[in-house]
Each structure stands twice: as C-alpha cells, then as structure tokens.
Ligand binder design. Structure first.
Ligand code: SF4
Length: 329
C-alpha cells in the first residue's frame, strides 16, 4: 500500500490527523513514509469518521487513514459470542479500527459510518491498561482490524510489542488472515503472545472474501510462524454450513502438523440480530441468505445442524490436535 504515486485504486491518498496526534512516534513514522499524501489536520477524528451518509463500500475501494488519540476506554469486555480459550476473562482492545481486507461476513461491515482505517497512536495509554489487568486475562489486540495485514501501512506491532512483553501475566492474541511472514522476522516469540490464523476453505475465500490471501498462502504463514517458535492458534471460525468442510480439514492437516499448534478455535457463523441486519444492508451478500435461525437475539444455524456437522468436523480435527486444545463456541 503506497501513496499517490501508485496507480492502484487501493492507494492511500489522504491521511487525516488529529491535532493532538501529531506529537506521537507512530504519526511521525507514518507521515514520513507517506510524505507525498494529502495530510488533513482535524480537531477530532469523529468529525470525519462519524459523519453520516458516507459510502462504506466505496470507501472500502478507496481506503484512507485516520490517525487519532483515543481518550476513553482502552479495553472492552468480550461478548459471550467470542472465544475466551479457557482464560479467566476475555477482553479486546481497539488500537486500530476497520480492515484493509473485505470479508462480506465480517461484523465490521457497516458497524461504523465509515470504513476508513483508524489508528489510535497513543499506544502508551493502552499499555497502562494492560499493566492493570488481572493475571489470567486474555486480550485480543487485533479485534476490530487485522494488525499484521496493516503492518505495511501502520506498523503498530513495533510500538506495542515491548508492552506485550512487559505484561507477561496477560495473554495477548493477534488474529490475522495475513500471509505476511516478513512482519514476524522483526519480533521474537514471547510466551504471552499467540498468533491466531483464521483458515477458511478456498471456496469461501473466493466467494466471500476480497483482498485476503488464499488458503495455501495462509497455511504457509502458519508453518512459518511455527518454525519461528511463535505460539500459533488456528481458528476455524466462522464455519459455514454449506461447504465441504471435511475435505478442507483434511487438506489443512495434511499441510500443518496439528501437534505443533498451541490450540484451535472452532465456531459456526453467529452474529447479533441487529448487526446482522446492518451488515446485510451494507453488503447485500448472499452469505446472509443461508439457512439461519434466531436464537436469543443471535443469528446462527440451528442447534441440530450445528450438532450434526460439528460432530463430523471435530472427529477429523480431533485426529490431529489433542481434544483439550480444541475450543468450541
Ligand atoms: S480479515 Fe477479519 S477484520 Fe478484516 S475484513 Fe476479514 S473478517 Fe473482518
């Protein structure tokens, strides 16, 4: 991702910078890198980000960047729809918001008025919150974005990595669909950091994901991270009902040694009803026309269907990964 000299439509041409954000190291680094971009000084990022009547889809095609200072909450309690992977408590942090990838089933579709990528540059304030967390907590720090995929735009990892190391009593998860292994070469594995790779069948990638790497590239990235000594989680989440997932699981475990994985996350598609309606309005994707039911305000598959399909799936996964390492939601 470069600036205006590139002819790609997905080139960042404009960076909105909050007045207060100018003094921060990330801001300087990004502005130096994108020195030929339009820089627009703004008072408050919400003046741009929260404007009504923005075209979310068009903005996805022509992404812009907003650098801002986060003032209020730095960590949030995870919802019951998120995997806690056996941790006492599960939180997420939003150092960045929105994603350069474009998955039609993503809960971020239409969640905000804008799809511009926001980066909060006051990493130190997030770190102060991490330092206050109780032992045994887990924080997803790539929750409303894909940290690794954005590394070439905003290298957040470089600024947060030392704070992760310092808060050794907290587990941090960075979830990604990126195949960019080069990012990792700058960092040493630490015990309280888990790299979580989301793997989906190629047919799902072709049908419902845009700009994401293909399955083989993601599998390669998983193996690379393992070879480097990182703790690696593989997430089969969300799972959809109408694909041949059995072949997919066999394919994955023919190429990844399941015994090397830290753990596995597995879960069928689920989304709160209101968000489901919003995402559908935004994407009009056929992924939302599947055979769902509503259970307590959540749109998902029927219990019977999940029970029947997950049994077959988990039989295969369980042949490759210890059962106690498989977390199901
Ligand atoms: S990679 Fe993740 S965060 Fe990015 S669009 Fe896809 S589902 Fe959403």
């Amino acid at each position: 991702m470069s600036c205006s000299k590139s002819s790609s439509s997905r080139t960042i041409r404009r960076i909105y910078v909050e007045e207060e954000a100018f003094g921060y190291a990330i801001t300087s680094k990004v502005l130096e890198k994108y020195s030929d971009c339009d820089v627009v000084k703004i008072k408050n990022y919400k003046d741009v980000f929260n404007r009504t009547r923005q075209n979310f889809i068009l903005q996805k095609k022509f992404p812009q960047l907003i650098l801002a200072v986060k003032k209020d909450s730095f960590i949030y309690e995870g919802s019951a729809m998120c995997q806690s992977f056996g941790h006492k408590s599960y939180y997420y942090a939003t150092l960045m918001v929105n994603c350069i990838f474009d998955c039609q089933y993503c809960f971020l579709q239409g969640m905000y008025n804008s799809s511009y990528i926001v980066c909060f540059v006051n990493v130190e304030d997030f770190a102060k919150e991490f330092a206050r967390m109780e032992s045994g907590s887990m924080v997803a720090i790539s929750y409303e974005t894909d940290f690794i995929a954005h590394h070439s735009i905003v290298p957040c990892m470089e600024y947060i990595y030392d704070y992760i190391k310092e808060a050794g009593w907290v587990t941090f998860e960075i979830r990604t669909k990126s195949a960019n292994s080069l990012v990792l070469s700058k960092f040493k594995p630490v015990d309280n950091l888990i790299l979580a790779y989301t793997l989906t069948p190629q047919k799902i990638i072709d049908s419902y994901e845009t700009f994401t790497p293909n399955l083989d590239a993601r599998i390669k990235a998983v193996n690379h991270a393992l070879d480097m000594g990182f703790k690696v989680r593989v997430c089969f989440d969300p799972v959809f009902a109408d694909e041949d997932y059995e072949d997919f699981f066999y394919y994955v475990f023919e190429r990844i040694d399941g015994t090397r994985l830290y753990d596995i996350g597995y879960g069928f598609f689920r989304m709160p009803k209101e968000q489901f309606a919003k995402v559908f309005r935004t994407t009009k994707s056929v992924v939302f026309a599947k055979d769902y039911v509503e259970e307590d305000g959540v749109i998902t598959y029927s219990e019977a269907m999940i029970h029947e399909a997950s049994k077959r799936h988990l039989d295969i996964i369980g042949k490759h990964v210890d059962k106690e390492k498989i977390y199901i939601l």
